[in-house]
Design a protein. Structure first.
Length: 371
């Protein structure tokens, strides 16, 4: 079922460590990978502005604009302090559905606290002329702030009603709180753009539960996107040693961690939890063992690659590739692995119908076109 794409290098001018264009042979034809920008420090997320520029986050705590010619702006002022340790720092960014009129963005980050740190989400108005954030306001923060620097989540996705999904991690050492509904640890939450709680969230009326919680039993969700037909949230999460999962993230459902998982403990390889299935746990659409370390995710709906219509693309950090998943309804019927040789942190379909990637290891923005 899994096929690895052979790697062929194209001719062209080069910058250190990267050919200007590289050609990859894929099952659907040759693909050209172009470096659009380089010089970023651990880029984590990108968003497309209406004027054709890109907004990119760097995990150490900077946000920059990438112009059409690939030049980088100075860091945008006004980003709050971040806990830039381990996997923490400045994380995802998304434009408000009304960005054209309100210039509002939301972004997630590891927020330092007196007790440790927590995943938080802020909204702000982006002043493109002065390169600064105005009216910065935190609209959500996890209600626990354990020590440690791992498993923050965190992807941001607006649903069709304008509500905001925020994916969260288990903070690595706090897996005992993942099944607890009075905690934000290991959850997907759903809030309004101002941070208030939608009345139809599944646990609004349950005593002792956090009303923001949409789903629970997650380990570390670093890829999320709305299904283009159903409007459902789909997301993938890191397993431990094996057991990375792709899920349909449905209202009120339990996704099992740490009781139900395909993964095993690091190093010693012992079993985690009680098995891989349970009647009250939503099974994954697919799972990856060995782990591919997924990050970033996008459904393809464009016309540039008609043969990709409806496919789902997932970036991989560990195996340094993008996985193309062919779907039949909510089932994965085929997977192709397109090897890049670089840690893919984010994957987005651009308004131009191309596929855009962030190469975390090389600090690059990449674009995939037909060759």
């Amino acid at each position: 079922m899994v096929l690895s794409a052979g790697l062929v290098f194209g001719l062209g001018l080069s910058v250190p460590g990267w050919a200007a264009d590289r050609v990859l042979q894929s099952e659907t034809g040759p693909l050209r990978v172009t470096e659009v920008a380089h010089g970023l420090d651990t880029p984590w997320a990108l968003a497309f502005l209406p004027d054709g520029r890109l907004l990119v986050t760097e995990r150490p705590g900077r946000m920059r604009l990438v112009a059409r010619d690939g030049s980088l702006s100075a860091p945008i002022a006004g980003v709050p302090p971040v806990h830039a340790r381990g996997q923490g720092g400045l994380l995802d960014v998304a434009l408000s559905p009304d960005f054209g009129t309100d210039r509002t963005i939301v972004f997630s980050f590891a927020e330092p606290t007196a007790g440790g740190a927590r995943t938080a989400v802020a909204r702000a108005r982006l002043d493109l002329e002065r390169l600064r954030l105005e009216d910065v306001k935190i609209i959500f923060a996890q209600n626990e702030d354990p020590s440690g620097s791992h498993h923050w989540g965190s992807r941001l996705v607006f649903d069709r009603a304008g509500n905001l999904f925020v994916t969260l991690g288990d903070r690595f050492h706090s897996r005992d709180r993942v099944q607890a509904l009075d905690s934000h640890i290991g959850k997907v939450v759903r809030i309004r753009p101002d941070g208030s709680v939608p009345a139809d969230n599944p646990f609004v009326q349950r005593e002792g539960a956090r009303p923001e919680v949409w789903s629970y039993g997650h380990r570390n969700v670093q890829g999320a996107a709305l299904h283009p037909v159903t409007g459902e949230l789909w997301a993938h999460e890191h397993g431990p040693q094996g057991g990375d999962e792709l899920n349909r993230v449905l209202s009120g459902r339990n996704y099992g961690w740490p009781d139900i998982t395909y993964g095993r403990e690091y190093v010693i390889g012992t079993k985690i939890g009680e098995g891989t299935t349970r009647p009250d746990v939503e099974p994954p659409v697919t799972q990856w063992t060995p782990s591919i370390a997924p990050s970033g995710m996008s459904f393809y709906t464009g016309d540039v690659f008609p043969q990709w219509k409806g496919n789902l693309f997932v970036g991989a950090l560990k195996f340094q590739l993008i996985a193309r998943l062919v779907l039949d309804g909510d089932k994965v019927v085929h997977e192709e692995r397109i090897e890049l040789g670089h840690r893919v942190r984010d994957v987005r379909e651009g308004p131009d119908g191309r596929l855009w990637l962030l190469d975390e290891s090389g600090g690059r923005v990449l674009r995939i076109d037909p060759a």
